[in-house]
Design a protein around this ligand. Structure first.
Ligand SMILES: *Cc1c(COP(=O)(O)O)cnc(C)c1O
Length: 812
């Protein structure tokens, strides 16, 4: 068996003896910091970077070390060496969009002809590509890998790892443009993937791609066979005529195919044609055979969703596919979601893995056992035969029907349930059975966008810079700006942020009760909650002498405290907001009081800018910074130690990197609203608020809609009633045409007053039916624009989405 390569220390480890950890010094997580932890989990083989060795490793007497000048480069070299052992065809895919879909569709279309190794999800980065290719073993007969780059000079590293024989260049867009001088440079860089390929499939209509191929690629790889297609250019090798679902593909040197496409939107058609050309290239030319394959094609949804289940359970819906790499990812996610006391895993047979069954199920059995679920359910004939590899007490069923027929739903009470199965097992039926039905208004939270945004701000504060990198505190107050504090905090914990902050003790208690262990600061600590704070390891923000005295007195009364563990508090300095905080004159008294109570410790001290997002206040921000640094210096001198200093919020991080000090406090930017305007488009929207149309009716001109006859119609109109009102957080000020709602691509104005639970809109211009979903905000309607319509700020709209609106969390 290949040794297992590990680059992410948070991952589930099935077989530590057979695992090699590559300690990559990333900008987010320096792998070298987690070696002791991995050693404790049984890992013994470590690839580390010369110069980054750490003293604490001396205790690891049984570790085997490989020291290299650059760990990432070593990983890539090893992957290239691994790849070089195989002579099978390998499809290498790059381009701006569609890489993952083309890869997944090819895997579906070719599943009966080949044993396929492919990238899990969209593992296409400098680390993801080596890990993907490392899956190749002797039984595979085809590899399909995607490669993506975000900066010049990256593809050179990936080319020998993928070493594609057949290339696919999907298209070119504007993503990641910032890393490149021009679009041409980006195309040229991507083309390096095909330096040694035998053929390249691409769309000639993209003139940048076509030109660079002729100028550059042909020069370095003159033998490459170009297979181009176009909808218009007759010089292309294939012309594609698309009318509705019908595709007529004509080859210039003879041959034509008439096919019905299962998807007809332009992006899908482009992806499908790329797939078909790969099939032709592999010798699958029979028209009827191609059509059969197309008919079996399913939409690609990599989405992994978190849903509320019956009996207080939480379901992780990952019913799209099932392979070992995907199982690893799903188990990682399961580990983040410790919101219920029990864990249940429902898994189907793994199809077409290419590995011998015994090996495969030994490995899966190890992964599952390592996870220690309260219940494992295996579904499928093969799993049934391999029961021996799974924990005692596991349940097995030959197929999904027999599981559904017998399933005692009580088994899922208070559990997080991972439901993961290959397509053909149709596990969506299991989800249907176990899910608590959600309808009406739903706030969908994209956990990948949250991670993306976190990493954007991390890169801004330069996590890896200097000996003591800037830390990150994330604000999860007000239900994490409406997004859902427990799930968001779990994700942040998994991504190892340094601190969380909430407004009230109760919010912190809820996090503690759901398995969040990070340090948590509480910004409004009322004296009645002091005991709660201590009991839950919550750390108060202290902002006045009165509060400081009360806290000191309270701590004195507690005889149960461990004298070796100082009680932590955070000091807030008022540098100009004039809300909460100590004024400079208070500091001598603060210092004196703290020095009288050596069991109190101040881990951090902070202040808040009043206008971080507005250039007109730059001078004042500078002044606040100066006052803050003066205050902290005074504190440091008085206390004899240096608390961590933090000043910046989201906008401040982007606009004043020079004020970042020891820590920053990330808020709204994480939730997808970048208010500084300096780098628009770099953070992704996180929340999508959707509701459904309950009824549609035709109303005559002159009639009125809603309370107080405010919605007067000047035309015969189709009026839709939506299941959202001001009690859900759709502000009453959006009434009477101020708000516009995205209905199947058309913006439709509200009509009449917004009601408590309902809203009426004019859908005359839209094509729409009852039961359709509509978007209040999300990818098509930005929260910022919506806020402007009623003269407020995104913060208010996000936090107004009421508790009764269901949150659904998903990962792409
Ligand atoms: C809410 C809050 C933040 C976060 O501000 P954003 O503008 O959302 O980034 C930072 N500091 C304090 C004290 C806060 O209350």
């Amino acid at each position: 068996m290949n040794p297992i390569w590990l680059t992410d220390s948070r991952q589930v480890i099935a077989d530590p003896q057979n695992t090699v950890f590559f300690a990559i010094p990333g900008t987010r997580h320096d792998g070298h910091l987690y070696i002791n932890e991995l050693y404790e989990r049984g890992v013994r083989q470590f690839v580390v970077q010369q110069g980054l060795e750490r003293p604490e490793w001396q205790a690891l007497t049984h570790a085997e070390w490989i020291r290299v000048p650059n760990v990432l480069v070593a990983l890539q070299h090893e992957a290239a060496r691994h790849r070089a052992q195989f002579t099978i065809p390998v499809v290498g895919i790059t381009g701006s969009n569609g890489k993952t879909i083309v890869k997944e569709w090819l895997a579906q279309l070719l599943a009966t002809d080949f044993v396929i190794a492919r990238s899990p999800k969209s593992y296409n980065s400098q680390v993801g590509v080596p890990l993907s290719v490392h899956q190749l073993n002797g039984s595979h007969t085809l590899g399909i890998f995607e490669a993506g780059i975000s900066a010049p000079h990256e593809m050179v590293n990936l080319e020998p790892i993928v070493a594609p024989t057949i290339g696919v260049f999907t298209n070119i867009g504007t993503a990641h443009d910032e890393g490149f001088r021009s679009r041409k440079q980006k195309v040229a860089e991507k083309l390096r993937l095909f330096t040694h390929a035998q053929c390249l499939i691409y769309r000639k209509d993209y003139s940048d791609i076509d030109e660079e191929i002729r100028l550059l690629l042909k020069a370095v790889n003159p033998a490459i066979r170009l297979v181009s297609w176009s909808t218009t250019d007759e010089a292309a090798d294939f012309t594609a005529q698309v009318t509705g679902p019908t595709l007529r593909l004509t080859r210039s040197n003879g041959g034509a195919w008439h096919l019905q496409l299962p998807f007809t939107d332009p992006a899908s058609v482009e992806n499908l044609i790329h797939c078909l050309l790969v099939l032709l290239e592999l010798g699958l030319t029979d028209e009827a055979g191609l059509q059969k394959r197309l008919n079996r094609l399913r939409p690609v949804s990599m989405r992994l969703e978190l849903k509320e289940g019956i009996h207080n359970s939480v379901l992780i819906d990952d019913t799209y596919n099932n392979d070992v790499a995907g199982l690893q990812l799903a188990l990682n996610f399961l580990n983040q979601q410790r919101t219920r006391p029990r864990q249940v895993i429902i898994l189907s047979d793994v199809l077409q893995s290419g590995q011998p069954e015994a090996d495969l199920y030994t490995q899966i059995g190890q992964l599952i056992s390592e996870q220690h679920p309260d219940l494992f359910v295996g579904i499928g004939p093969v799993l049934n035969g391999q029961r021996g590899h799974f924990p005692a007490g596991s349940a097995f069923y030959p197929d999904t029907e027999s599981f559904l027929a017998e399933v005692p739903a009580e088994l899922f009470r208070d559990a997080v349930v991972l439901v993961k199965g290959a397509r053909s097992f149709t596990f969506e039926r299991i989800i249907n059975r176990l899910q608590r039905k959600v309808h009406g208004t739903v706030l969908h939270i994209n956990l990948d966008a949250l991670t993306h945004n976190l990493n954007y701000y991390r890169a801004k504060v330069g996590r890896s810079a200097g000996p003591s990198p800037t830390k990150i505190m994330v604000m999860v107050k007000a239900f994490a700006y409406g997004a859902g504090s427990v799930e968001v905090a779990q994700l942040l914990q998994f991504n190892r942020v340094d601190y969380l902050a909430v407004a009230y003790a109760d919010e912190g208690v809820q996090l503690r009760q759901n398995g969040v262990d990070l340090p948590i600061m509480v910004m409004n600590p009322a004296p009645e909650t002091f005991a709660t704070l201590l009991d839950h390891r919550l750390e108060p923000e202290i902002y006045s002498l009165r509060l400081l005295r009360e806290w000191c007195d309270f701590v004195q009364t507690r005889s149960d405290l461990n004298p070796d563990e100082p009680v932590r508090l955070h000091l807030k300095i008022d540098t100009g907001m004039h809300r909460l905080g100590f004024l400079p004159d208070d500091l001598p008294a603060v210092i004196a009081l703290l020095n009288e109570h050596p069991n109190l410790q101040v881990p951090t001290v902070f202040s808040h800018l009043v206008g971080a997002d507005e250039a007109q206040f730059n001078a004042f921000s500078q002044e606040q910074y100066t006052r803050f640094v003066q205050a902290t210096t005074q504190l440091e001198d008085g206390l004899g130690y240096c608390p961590t200093r933090h000043l910046l919020n989201s906008a401040g991080i982007v606009r004043f990197p020079e004020f970042r000090l020891d820590m920053v406090r990330l808020g709204i930017g994480l939730y997808g609203v970048e208010s500084s305007q300096i780098e628009p488009g770099r953070v992704l929207p996180v929340g999508t608020l959707r509701t459904v149309i309950s009824q549609i009716k035709t109303v005559r001109a002159g009639d009125t809609v809603g309370y107080s006859r405010r919605g007067v119609l000047d035309h015969d109109a189709r009026i839709a009633t939506l299941a959202i009102g001001y009690a859900d957080g759709y502000d009453r000020r959006f009434g009477n045409g101020v708000g516009k709602i995205w209905v199947n691509g058309t913006l439709c104005p509200t009509i009449g007053n917004i009601c408590m639970d309902m809203t009426m809109i004019d859908v005359t211009a839209a094509s729409v039916s009852e039961g359709d979903e509509v978007e209040i905000f999300g990818p098509n309607v930005s929260v910022k624009e919506l806020a402007q319509l009623i003269g407020t700020i995104p913060y208010e709209l996000l936090t107004n989405v009421s508790d009764r609106v269901k949150r659904v969390f998903y990962k792409e």
